[in-house]
Design a binder for this molecule. Structure first.
Ligand code: GA4
Length: 319
């Protein structure tokens, strides 16, 4: 049974989603402001060519157009996890099918995941190329954020993603059109509301709408799709590292009645052994830590015992 919600006509397009060009002179302070006020922003003027994104998107479309059995078989013989309409281990469902890949330090081009006999390496080579570029972009943005916060060293956040044992995850979501949705006069949930547990997520989608974010006042707004740019999503761990100065953002995806949506997300995470607590230099003014210290292993383990919409961070807040 797929989750539905009443029509949410209020969720108009949010024209003022922060949009930051990486070559703008004050990009560091604009990035900090966006993380503080929204926990979400768009990055333009980056160095990743559209063809690189479209190459992987085309491979993903090829994969998702296979039969159910072919998709299951391709993933079974690989480190990819394929899920159809189910999200996580605790019964969440959505109008979505996903490919999930835990990213290990070694190049993913060595992985065997073949969806075409003629060109068995095409998917992995496109994915490898894409993931390396997006990770580099994520690190660049994290370094600008450290500069904007005026903290040293510049790689204080990015080194967590650069750690050889970083526990990053890559995910490709395919939201097929859901024609019943108009007839039923209600919105079909593609991916239910949640916050991302990691530090930062970098999302790129095709030109189909669906992503919505929840603003500080509790209202939901639709994010205009832009296939040439990347959306950055502040995760739970970033909120902790900055002692609540940056706020994670709840987000969800609604299915479209007519057009498939394909999104590709890099979830930047620390190593499992990493101890997570507010950075001491951000507490220098005598500010108290709002969170109990935990390792990423502990947080991730706990997250996998929750359901999607839960507030996972509450468990780690100080009374
Ligand atoms: C949300 C962010 C990422 O997509 C993800 C998701 C994960 C999953 O789909 O397996 C989780 C979800 C996400 C948060 C809570 C747990 C774990 C499903 C779920 C119910 C891959 C992640 O890291 O956390």
């Amino acid at each position: 049974m797929v989750a539905r919600s009443k029509p949410t006509d209020k969720s108009s397009f949010f024209s003022s989603i922060p949009s930051i060009g990486l070559s703008e002179p004050d990009s560091e302070s604009l990035l900090v402001k966006a993380c503080e006020e929204v926990g979400f922003f768009k990055v333009t003027n980056h160095a990743i060519p559209l063809e690189h994104m479209e190459r992987l998107e085309a491979e993903a479309e090829k994969f998702f157009s296979l039969t159910q059995l072919e998709k299951e078989n391709a993933a079974q013989a690989s480190p990819f996890v394929y899920r159809n309409k189910s999200i996580g281990p605790n019964g969440d469902v959505g109008w979505v099918e996903s490919l999930l890949l835990p990213i290990k330090a070694e190049s993913i081009s060595q992985i065997s995941f073949s969806i075409s006999k003629d060109n068995p390496d095409s998917f992995c080579s496109a994915a490898n190329h894409y993931i390396l570029s997006v990770k580099k972009l994520a690190c660049e943005v994290l370094e600008l954020l450290a500069e904007g916060l005026k903290i040293q060293p510049r790689n204080v956040f990015s080194k967590l993603l650069m750690d050889e044992e970083s526990d990053a995850v890559f995910r490709i979501n395919h939201y097929p059109p859901c024609p019943e949705h108009q007839a039923l006069d209600c919105n079909v949930i593609g991916f239910g509301e949640h916050t991302d547990p990691q530090i930062i997520s970098v999302l790129r989608s095709n030109n189909t709408t669906g992503l919505q974010i929840c603003l500080r006042d509790g209202s939901w707004v639709s994010v205009p799709p832009d296939k040439t740019s990347f959306y950055f999503i502040v995760g739970d761990v970033f909120q902790v590292l900055t002692n609540g100065r940056f706020s994670r953002v709840r987000h969800r995806v609604m299915a479209s009645s007519t057009k498939p949506r394909v999104s590709m997300i890099y979830f930047g995470a620390p190593a499992l052994r990493e101890r997570i607590a507010p950075l001491p230099m951000l507490l220098e003014g005598g500010e108290k830590s709002l969170y109990k210290e935990f390792t990423w292993y502990e947080y991730k383990n706990y997250a996998y015992r929750t359901i999607l919409a839960d507030d996972r961070l509450r468990q780690f807040g100080r009374e």
